[in-house]
Design a protein around this ligand. Structure first.
Ligand SMILES: [Zn+2]
Length: 176
């Protein structure tokens, strides 16, 4: 079995010494982690063992079966061991700019079909999957993406009908 001298957190020996100093058996921790520091504790993946004491594969993933454990952080990592801060669940921000539109049945095409006509009203709104909504406002008074960034970190603009009117689409054909 491979026994690389480097881990994502630094030299294997240094990481093992640091884990041991905090009461964690490095043999229980997969070399790729994850290991993270949350306040004054260490959150780490620990290998699960069967009744014979052997690590085993998680049938769902094919990877070694692990559970998350926590140990008190009593010894800070040395400079050659870099452990990231624990990242908890964070809300995603999917932003959409919606244009207000109006539709009405267009003129008969002469063959028994007709198309909806659609137009924009010059108003619209911004919504975010985090729950934010600007409320209906004039298009040129809507908050810019730049101004939203601070309150919606890492935001993704999934739909922008204001900047891309083509996304509004033409009226759909109506059956006669
Ligand atoms: Zn948001």
């Amino acid at each position: 079995m491979a026994n690389p001298s480097q881990t994502p957190y630094g030299p294997r020996d240094a990481v093992a010494d640091w884990l041991r100093a905090n009461g964690i058996d490095p043999g229980d921790v997969p070399i790729e982690g994850p290991i993270a520091i949350k306040d004054d504790s260490i959150q780490y993946a620990a290998l699960l063992r069967d009744e014979a004491g052997h690590v085993y594969a998680d049938p769902a993933t094919g990877d070694a079966a692990c559970e998350q454990r926590t140990a008190p952080l009593t010894v800070q990592p040395p400079t050659n061991v870099q452990v990231p801060p624990y990242a908890d669940w964070a809300t995603d921000h999917y932003i959409s700019y919606l244009a207000q539109t109006q539709s009405r049945p267009g003129p008969d095409a002469g063959d028994g079909t007709w198309w909806m006509e659609r137009r924009t009203t010059g108003k619209g709104m911004v919504v975010c999957s985090c729950g934010y909504a600007s409320g209906l406002a004039s298009i040129d008074e809507l908050p810019t993406p730049q101004s939203l960034e601070a309150d919606h970190p890492g935001m993704t603009n999934v739909l922008d009908q204001v900047a891309n009117p083509a996304l509004i689409g033409d009226g759909a054909p109506l059956a006669p």
